[in-house]
Design a protein around this ligand. Structure first.
Ligand code: SF4
Ligand code: SF4
Length: 246
């Protein structure tokens, strides 16, 4: 099976896993836990996702995240390219507000009292009650509406509060010059067909990245779509210290 078919199959599997996994990623459950001084699995996952990003970029977004998967499934309905740019900063604001509330709640609770990975996920299964189903449909409904209105992965660009933590991990790897997964390109082979740009689920101008010989983007989710579509094999994955990067 070709790599992008494997990726899309994995994304569908992770959508189907949502009834189990949803609360393991829930920022609301994180805050509910903090109110009682409890570190939940969703808070642990924020830390784990940043560590994964340090070594492998935003591979979670491109290959695993059910929220990202729902948005990609909707590409046939609306695959308009999203603007990004300064609007990408919206998610940093959301993450900072969430982090401030989280810290306030932990301080109010007297600090960290316990680490309970299954807090709020009794039996390890997320969707068990009518309230949990309501939360599921509100969260998924918002992502679906955003995608139908705006286009390619708008929630990843503007709304995901996990993304800034992963971007921090990924950025730290480039700054510390530690070996990590990233894209490289040989611009001398590029014929400017722009297939890479057209295929990018994050609406990045990949052709311009190739031409500038800087393949780093905070918004790249390491999906490999550009790697796989390029007819001249210009772009490749590399696990090494990166060269020229932002
Ligand atoms: S798909 Fe390959 S050849 Fe075409 S513009 Fe992108 S990098 Fe260049
Ligand atoms: S630049 Fe390439 S690897 Fe990164 S998100 Fe776009 S298509 Fe995927």
């Amino acid at each position: 099976m070709k790599r992008q078919n494997i990726r899309k199959t994995l994304l569908v599997i992770f959508i189907l896993s949502l009834p189990i996994t949803m609360f393991y990623l829930s920022p609301l459950l994180t805050l509910q836990g903090a109110l009682r001084g409890i570190v939940t699995s969703s808070l642990l996952f924020v830390v784990i996702s940043a560590i994964i990003a340090f070594f492998a970029g935003r591979i979670f977004c491109g290959w695993i995240c059910p929220g990202g998967a729902v948005q990609e499934v909707l590409f046939p309905a609306n695959d308009r390219r999203v603007v990004g740019g300064k609007y990408d900063f919206i998610k940093y604001g959301i993450a900072m507000i969430w982090l401030a509330i989280l810290m306030f709640l932990f301080v109010k609770a007297g600090g960290i009292m316990a680490i309970k990975p299954l807090y709020g996920i009794e039996g390890g299964f997320s969707l068990r009650t009518s309230t949990s189903y309501l939360m599921f449909y509100i969260a998924m409904g918002a992502i679906v509406i955003l995608s139908l209105l705006i286009g390619r992965r708008p929630f990843c660009h503007y709304g995901c509060l996990l993304a800034p933590f992963m971007i921090a991990g990924k950025w730290a790897a480039t700054k510390t010059k530690m070996p990590h997964l990233h894209l490289e390109a040989d611009s001398s082979k590029c014929i400017d067909c722009k297939l890479c740009t057209k295929s990018c689920p994050m609406s990045l101008d990949v052709n311009a990245m190739v031409r500038s010989e800087n393949m780093y983007s905070h918004e790249c989710i390491s999906c490999g779509a550009c790697v796989d579509i390029c007819p001249r094999k210009v772009i490749s994955y590399s696990f090494s210290k990166a060269g020229k990067q932002a």
